[in-house]
Design a protein around this ligand. Sequence first.
Ligand code: 5GP
Length: 114
Amino acid sequence: MPKTIFERIVDREAQADILYEDEHVLAFPDIAPQAPVHILLIPKRHHARHAAVPPEHHSVFSHLFAAAQKVARQLRLEKNGYRLVMNNGPDGGETVPHLHLHLLGGRPLSWPPG
Ligand code: 5GP
């Protein structure tokens, strides 16, 4: 399987403005932002999507959500709020098959999503 763009970012073969990095997670702005703040949080280890993460790797979910909290704080989003989204598969709107969490904020977000 060819690497996804996110694996290429993890391997530093593709450019991204890294806002946050720890042992497990990288965070960088989405190339096509859907809100004034739109950050992607990805695990360094490849998993295709939420549904594909085996139980022995479920800690990746806490790593992503914990990192998102730190980035939200870093970007001072706590007071006004923000949204975390994980698109899974065709009906979920997933376009890059590498697990990722969207952090969206900077404006009121409508509900339900389209
Ligand atoms: P998905 O649609 O799979 O939930 O989210 C994938 C996201 O990756 C999209 O919002 C898309 O704009 C973003 N994206 C695709 N290619 C790149 C890229 O090369 N760099 C960055 N920073 N974001 C990308």
